[in-house]
Design a binder for this molecule. Sequence first.
Ligand code: RB5
Length: 148
Amino acid sequence: MKIAIGNDHAASQLKMTVCNFLKEKGIEYIDVGVAEGEKADYPNIAEQVCKFVVEKQADFGILICGTGVGMSMAANKVKGIRAACCSDYFSAKYTRLHNDANVLCFGQRVVGEGLAVELVDVFLNTPFEGGRHQRRIDIITEIENKQK
Ligand code: RB5
């Protein structure tokens, strides 16, 4: 499994915590930045991470900003991305089971380090259930395809 991960200036510390967790688990990742002390506009980071996912150079994306909300808004503008902003375990699990989310977003100003790692762990290790949920994903894709 390969992950693309990125953050803005509001989330460099939590990004490092998540990267250390991925390293410990032996999960390969591409870190698009930014490092502590650097500034970034979250939509630019979201676009870079999502590009790796839609081009299948990464299986999943992880985006961290102050709240996770801006990152998820920007990520969901990219065709083929289903980004979920989660700050609870249940949502992080069910967005994989039911929504086949391919990008997880959360905020350094919202979740602590322990929870962040749990969110990542359950997200990466929960398969999509398929079945009736696939039809709903197909509807999302149809809506996406109607956009000019
Ligand atoms: C940056 O201050 C902050 O606006 C950003 O990290 C994020 O929370 C936006 O959604």
